[in-house]
Design a protein around this ligand. Structure first.
Ligand code: GDP
Ligand code: CA
Length: 306
Protein backbone atom coordinates (compact mmCIF):
# COMPACT_ATOMS: atom_id res chain seq x y z
CA UNK A 1 0.00 0.00 0.00
CA UNK A 2 1.09 3.51 -0.84
CA UNK A 3 0.11 5.75 2.04
CA UNK A 4 0.39 9.09 3.77
CA UNK A 5 -0.17 9.65 7.47
CA UNK A 6 -3.41 9.74 9.38
CA UNK A 7 -6.03 8.98 6.69
CA UNK A 8 -3.89 6.29 5.14
CA UNK A 9 -2.97 4.79 8.49
CA UNK A 10 -6.63 4.44 9.45
CA UNK A 11 -7.23 2.39 6.31
CA UNK A 12 -4.02 0.42 6.72
CA UNK A 13 -5.18 -0.61 10.17
CA UNK A 14 -8.34 -2.01 8.62
CA UNK A 15 -6.26 -3.93 6.09
CA UNK A 16 -4.05 -5.64 8.68
CA UNK A 17 -7.20 -6.59 10.58
CA UNK A 18 -8.53 -8.30 7.43
CA UNK A 19 -5.45 -10.05 6.01
CA UNK A 20 -2.25 -11.54 7.44
CA UNK A 21 -0.33 -8.47 8.71
CA UNK A 22 2.95 -10.09 7.66
CA UNK A 23 1.77 -9.99 4.04
CA UNK A 24 1.34 -6.20 4.10
CA UNK A 25 3.97 -3.65 3.07
CA UNK A 26 3.32 0.06 3.55
CA UNK A 27 5.29 2.42 1.30
CA UNK A 28 5.09 5.70 3.15
CA UNK A 29 5.40 9.36 2.17
CA UNK A 30 8.51 11.16 3.45
CA UNK A 31 7.86 14.51 1.73
CA UNK A 32 6.61 15.94 5.06
CA UNK A 33 9.79 15.08 6.98
CA UNK A 34 11.52 17.87 8.89
CA UNK A 35 14.00 18.69 11.60
CA UNK A 36 12.61 20.14 14.82
CA UNK A 37 14.87 21.04 17.74
CA UNK A 38 17.63 19.10 16.03
CA UNK A 39 15.52 15.95 15.76
CA UNK A 40 14.49 14.14 12.59
CA UNK A 41 10.70 13.89 12.48
CA UNK A 42 8.87 11.80 9.87
CA UNK A 43 5.19 12.51 10.54
CA UNK A 44 3.68 10.01 8.12
CA UNK A 45 5.98 7.13 9.09
CA UNK A 46 5.13 7.89 12.71
CA UNK A 47 1.37 8.00 12.08
CA UNK A 48 1.54 4.61 10.37
CA UNK A 49 3.72 3.12 13.11
CA UNK A 50 1.53 4.48 15.92
CA UNK A 51 -1.69 3.39 14.22
CA UNK A 52 -0.54 -0.18 13.59
CA UNK A 53 0.96 -0.48 17.07
CA UNK A 54 -2.27 0.79 18.68
CA UNK A 55 -0.41 3.78 20.14
CA UNK A 56 -2.15 6.54 18.16
CA UNK A 57 -4.41 9.15 19.72
CA UNK A 58 -7.59 8.60 17.74
CA UNK A 59 -9.47 11.60 19.16
CA UNK A 60 -6.79 14.17 18.40
CA UNK A 61 -6.13 12.45 15.09
CA UNK A 62 -2.33 12.63 15.26
CA UNK A 63 0.49 11.76 17.66
CA UNK A 64 0.41 9.32 20.55
CA UNK A 65 -2.31 8.56 23.05
CA UNK A 66 -1.81 9.50 26.73
CA UNK A 67 0.59 12.18 25.64
CA UNK A 68 2.03 15.00 27.77
CA UNK A 69 3.81 18.12 26.56
CA UNK A 70 6.41 19.01 29.19
CA UNK A 71 9.52 18.88 27.02
CA UNK A 72 8.03 21.17 24.39
CA UNK A 73 6.79 23.61 27.05
CA UNK A 74 10.29 23.70 28.54
CA UNK A 75 11.87 24.22 25.12
CA UNK A 76 9.48 27.12 24.58
CA UNK A 77 10.44 28.67 27.95
CA UNK A 78 14.05 28.60 26.89
CA UNK A 79 13.28 30.26 23.58
CA UNK A 80 13.30 27.05 21.51
CA UNK A 81 10.98 26.42 18.58
CA UNK A 82 7.57 25.15 19.64
CA UNK A 83 5.37 25.65 16.56
CA UNK A 84 5.53 21.97 15.63
CA UNK A 85 3.79 19.99 18.35
CA UNK A 86 5.85 17.10 19.70
CA UNK A 87 4.66 15.31 22.82
CA UNK A 88 6.95 13.76 25.42
CA UNK A 89 6.34 10.17 24.36
CA UNK A 90 6.58 11.09 20.69
CA UNK A 91 9.95 12.76 21.39
CA UNK A 92 11.28 9.43 22.65
CA UNK A 93 10.89 7.98 19.17
CA UNK A 94 12.48 11.01 17.53
CA UNK A 95 15.48 10.78 19.84
CA UNK A 96 16.08 7.14 18.95
CA UNK A 97 15.59 7.69 15.23
CA UNK A 98 17.80 10.77 15.13
CA UNK A 99 20.61 9.03 16.99
CA UNK A 100 20.60 6.11 14.57
CA UNK A 101 20.46 8.35 11.51
CA UNK A 102 23.42 10.33 12.84
CA UNK A 103 25.28 7.06 13.31
CA UNK A 104 24.83 6.53 9.58
CA UNK A 105 21.89 4.14 9.35
CA UNK A 106 19.49 4.78 6.48
CA UNK A 107 15.91 5.76 7.34
CA UNK A 108 14.56 2.42 6.06
CA UNK A 109 16.76 0.44 8.46
CA UNK A 110 15.91 2.70 11.39
CA UNK A 111 12.23 2.29 10.54
CA UNK A 112 12.61 -1.50 10.48
CA UNK A 113 14.14 -1.38 13.96
CA UNK A 114 11.35 0.81 15.31
CA UNK A 115 8.74 -1.46 13.74
CA UNK A 116 10.35 -4.56 15.24
CA UNK A 117 10.66 -2.87 18.64
CA UNK A 118 6.88 -2.47 18.89
CA UNK A 119 6.30 -5.99 17.58
CA UNK A 120 4.71 -5.22 14.22
CA UNK A 121 4.63 -7.96 11.60
CA UNK A 122 3.92 -5.68 8.65
CA UNK A 123 6.74 -4.01 6.74
CA UNK A 124 6.89 -0.22 6.87
CA UNK A 125 9.15 1.39 4.28
CA UNK A 126 9.91 5.03 3.59
CA UNK A 127 9.39 5.70 -0.12
CA UNK A 128 13.04 6.77 -0.24
CA UNK A 129 16.03 6.93 2.10
CA UNK A 130 17.16 10.05 0.30
CA UNK A 131 15.93 13.59 0.96
CA UNK A 132 12.67 14.28 -0.87
CA UNK A 133 10.82 17.34 0.35
CA UNK A 134 7.42 18.69 -0.62
CA UNK A 135 7.18 22.41 -1.44
CA UNK A 136 4.05 24.39 -2.19
CA UNK A 137 3.98 27.34 -4.54
CA UNK A 138 1.22 29.74 -3.53
CA UNK A 139 0.21 33.29 -4.48
CA UNK A 140 1.80 34.33 -1.16
CA UNK A 141 5.11 32.63 -1.82
CA UNK A 142 6.76 29.22 -1.66
CA UNK A 143 6.60 27.17 1.53
CA UNK A 144 7.97 23.88 2.74
CA UNK A 145 5.21 21.40 3.50
CA UNK A 146 5.14 21.91 7.27
CA UNK A 147 5.44 25.71 7.02
CA UNK A 148 2.39 25.67 4.79
CA UNK A 149 0.43 22.93 6.55
CA UNK A 150 1.14 23.56 10.23
CA UNK A 151 2.56 27.07 10.63
CA UNK A 152 0.16 28.63 8.08
CA UNK A 153 -2.72 26.13 8.61
CA UNK A 154 -2.79 25.35 4.83
CA UNK A 155 -4.69 28.59 4.21
CA UNK A 156 -2.69 29.60 1.11
CA UNK A 157 -4.20 28.27 -2.11
CA UNK A 158 -1.77 25.99 -3.91
CA UNK A 159 -0.72 26.74 -7.49
CA UNK A 160 1.89 24.02 -7.75
CA UNK A 161 3.39 21.21 -5.71
CA UNK A 162 6.99 20.28 -6.22
CA UNK A 163 9.20 17.63 -4.71
CA UNK A 164 12.71 18.75 -4.00
CA UNK A 165 15.21 15.94 -4.46
CA UNK A 166 12.72 13.66 -6.18
CA UNK A 167 14.63 13.56 -9.47
CA UNK A 168 17.60 11.92 -7.73
CA UNK A 169 15.75 9.97 -5.07
CA UNK A 170 15.94 6.21 -5.39
CA UNK A 171 13.28 3.96 -3.89
CA UNK A 172 14.30 2.73 -0.43
CA UNK A 173 15.57 -0.88 -0.34
CA UNK A 174 12.59 -3.23 -0.47
CA UNK A 175 10.17 -0.83 -2.17
CA UNK A 176 10.57 -2.08 -5.74
CA UNK A 177 10.66 -5.73 -4.64
CA UNK A 178 7.44 -5.20 -2.70
CA UNK A 179 5.77 -3.66 -5.76
CA UNK A 180 7.05 -6.37 -8.12
CA UNK A 181 6.06 -9.22 -5.82
CA UNK A 182 2.70 -7.83 -4.70
CA UNK A 183 -0.55 -9.68 -5.37
CA UNK A 184 -2.22 -6.28 -5.46
CA UNK A 185 -1.32 -2.65 -4.96
CA UNK A 186 -3.45 -0.29 -2.92
CA UNK A 187 -3.42 3.48 -2.81
CA UNK A 188 -4.75 4.60 0.57
CA UNK A 189 -7.39 7.36 0.93
CA UNK A 190 -4.56 9.84 1.46
CA UNK A 191 -4.10 13.28 -0.07
CA UNK A 192 -3.21 12.60 -3.74
CA UNK A 193 -0.95 15.68 -4.00
CA UNK A 194 0.97 15.89 -0.77
CA UNK A 195 0.84 12.31 0.52
CA UNK A 196 0.78 10.03 -2.54
CA UNK A 197 2.32 12.62 -4.90
CA UNK A 198 5.76 12.56 -3.25
CA UNK A 199 5.86 8.74 -3.44
CA UNK A 200 4.95 8.78 -7.14
CA UNK A 201 7.54 11.51 -7.73
CA UNK A 202 10.18 8.81 -7.27
CA UNK A 203 10.52 7.87 -10.92
CA UNK A 204 11.16 4.16 -10.41
CA UNK A 205 8.16 3.79 -8.12
CA UNK A 206 5.90 5.46 -10.67
CA UNK A 207 7.30 3.25 -13.40
CA UNK A 208 6.72 0.12 -11.31
CA UNK A 209 3.07 1.13 -10.98
CA UNK A 210 2.75 1.92 -14.69
CA UNK A 211 4.14 -1.53 -15.55
CA UNK A 212 2.25 -3.46 -12.89
CA UNK A 213 0.86 -6.88 -13.74
CA UNK A 214 -1.46 -6.94 -10.73
CA UNK A 215 -4.51 -4.80 -9.94
CA UNK A 216 -3.97 -1.38 -8.40
CA UNK A 217 -6.94 -0.03 -6.47
CA UNK A 218 -7.16 3.46 -4.96
CA UNK A 219 -9.58 4.65 -2.30
CA UNK A 220 -10.80 8.23 -2.63
CA UNK A 221 -10.14 10.56 0.32
CA UNK A 222 -13.16 12.66 -0.65
CA UNK A 223 -16.78 12.06 0.34
CA UNK A 224 -19.46 14.08 -1.39
CA UNK A 225 -16.72 16.19 -2.99
CA UNK A 226 -15.28 17.15 0.40
CA UNK A 227 -12.25 15.97 2.34
CA UNK A 228 -12.96 14.22 5.61
CA UNK A 229 -10.15 16.41 6.93
CA UNK A 230 -7.42 18.61 5.49
CA UNK A 231 -6.77 20.43 2.21
CA UNK A 232 -7.38 17.64 -0.36
CA UNK A 233 -10.65 19.08 -1.74
CA UNK A 234 -9.32 22.64 -1.99
CA UNK A 235 -6.26 21.35 -3.82
CA UNK A 236 -8.28 19.22 -6.22
CA UNK A 237 -10.61 22.09 -6.97
CA UNK A 238 -7.77 24.44 -7.82
CA UNK A 239 -5.34 22.03 -9.48
CA UNK A 240 -7.72 19.58 -11.19
CA UNK A 241 -10.79 21.78 -11.66
CA UNK A 242 -13.20 19.81 -9.46
CA UNK A 243 -13.62 17.43 -6.54
CA UNK A 244 -15.54 14.49 -8.01
CA UNK A 245 -14.25 10.89 -8.13
CA UNK A 246 -13.35 11.53 -11.78
CA UNK A 247 -10.99 14.30 -10.65
CA UNK A 248 -9.41 11.94 -8.13
CA UNK A 249 -9.07 9.36 -10.91
CA UNK A 250 -7.21 11.91 -13.05
CA UNK A 251 -4.61 12.29 -10.29
CA UNK A 252 -3.80 8.60 -10.81
CA UNK A 253 -4.05 8.42 -14.60
CA UNK A 254 -2.48 5.24 -15.93
CA UNK A 255 -1.74 3.98 -12.44
CA UNK A 256 -5.01 2.50 -11.14
CA UNK A 257 -7.51 -0.10 -12.34
CA UNK A 258 -10.30 0.72 -9.89
CA UNK A 259 -11.32 3.63 -7.70
CA UNK A 260 -13.32 3.01 -4.54
CA UNK A 261 -15.48 6.00 -3.63
CA UNK A 262 -18.42 6.91 -1.49
CA UNK A 263 -22.12 6.32 -2.08
CA UNK A 264 -22.57 10.07 -1.78
CA UNK A 265 -20.73 10.33 -5.13
CA UNK A 266 -22.56 7.47 -6.88
CA UNK A 267 -23.76 9.78 -9.66
CA UNK A 268 -20.15 9.91 -10.95
CA UNK A 269 -19.90 6.20 -11.75
CA UNK A 270 -20.01 6.72 -15.50
CA UNK A 271 -17.50 9.57 -15.48
CA UNK A 272 -14.97 7.33 -13.72
CA UNK A 273 -15.71 4.38 -16.04
CA UNK A 274 -15.25 6.74 -18.99
CA UNK A 275 -11.64 7.25 -17.86
CA UNK A 276 -11.03 3.51 -18.13
CA UNK A 277 -11.12 2.93 -14.37
CA UNK A 278 -13.60 0.61 -12.67
CA UNK A 279 -15.82 2.50 -10.23
CA UNK A 280 -16.52 0.79 -6.92
CA UNK A 281 -19.15 2.50 -4.80
CA UNK A 282 -19.43 1.82 -1.08
CA UNK A 283 -19.45 3.64 2.25
CA UNK A 284 -15.96 5.01 2.74
CA UNK A 285 -16.14 6.92 6.04
CA UNK A 286 -14.05 4.97 8.57
CA UNK A 287 -15.92 6.19 11.62
CA UNK A 288 -15.24 3.04 13.66
CA UNK A 289 -13.76 -0.45 13.44
CA UNK A 290 -16.90 -1.83 11.75
CA UNK A 291 -16.96 0.87 9.09
CA UNK A 292 -13.24 0.31 8.50
CA UNK A 293 -13.79 -3.43 8.09
CA UNK A 294 -16.63 -2.93 5.60
CA UNK A 295 -14.54 -0.57 3.49
CA UNK A 296 -11.59 -2.97 3.47
CA UNK A 297 -13.88 -5.85 2.43
CA UNK A 298 -15.16 -3.80 -0.50
CA UNK A 299 -11.60 -2.99 -1.52
CA UNK A 300 -10.51 -6.63 -1.29
CA UNK A 301 -13.50 -7.62 -3.46
CA UNK A 302 -12.54 -4.97 -5.97
CA UNK A 303 -8.97 -6.29 -6.08
CA UNK A 304 -10.17 -9.81 -6.73
CA UNK A 305 -12.01 -8.85 -9.93
CA UNK A 306 -9.92 -5.86 -11.12
P1 GDP B 1 -1.83 12.96 6.53
O1 GDP B 1 -0.53 12.61 5.90
O2 GDP B 1 -1.83 12.77 8.02
O3 GDP B 1 -2.38 14.28 6.08
O4 GDP B 1 -2.86 11.87 6.05
P2 GDP B 1 -3.28 11.28 4.65
O5 GDP B 1 -2.84 12.09 3.48
O6 GDP B 1 -2.91 9.83 4.65
O7 GDP B 1 -4.84 11.37 4.82
C1 GDP B 1 -5.53 12.57 4.71
C2 GDP B 1 -6.77 12.30 3.89
O8 GDP B 1 -7.51 11.26 4.51
C3 GDP B 1 -7.71 13.49 3.83
O9 GDP B 1 -7.78 13.94 2.50
C4 GDP B 1 -9.05 12.92 4.30
O10 GDP B 1 -10.12 13.36 3.49
C5 GDP B 1 -8.84 11.42 4.19
N1 GDP B 1 -9.62 10.67 5.17
C6 GDP B 1 -9.53 10.75 6.51
N2 GDP B 1 -10.43 9.92 7.09
C7 GDP B 1 -11.09 9.30 6.08
C8 GDP B 1 -12.15 8.35 6.02
O11 GDP B 1 -12.68 7.88 7.03
N3 GDP B 1 -12.56 7.95 4.77
C9 GDP B 1 -12.01 8.45 3.62
N4 GDP B 1 -12.46 8.01 2.44
N5 GDP B 1 -11.00 9.36 3.65
C10 GDP B 1 -10.57 9.78 4.85
CA1 CA C 1 1.39 13.73 5.88
Amino acid sequence: MLTGGVGGARFLRGVVEAVDPASVTAIVNVGDDLEVLGLYVSPDLDSVLYALAGLADEERGWGRAEESWNALAAADEFGGESWFKLGDRDLGLHLVRTQRLRAGEPLSRVTARLTAAVGLESTILPASDEPLRTWLETPNGGYSFQQWFVARSHRDPVDRVRFEGAADARPAPGVLDALHEADAILIAPSNPYVSIGPILAVERIRRALERRRVPCVAVSPLIGGRAVKGPAADMLQRLEGGTSPAHVTQCYAGLIDALVFDEADAEHVEAVAGLGVRPVVTRTLMSDADARRRLVEAVLDAMAVA
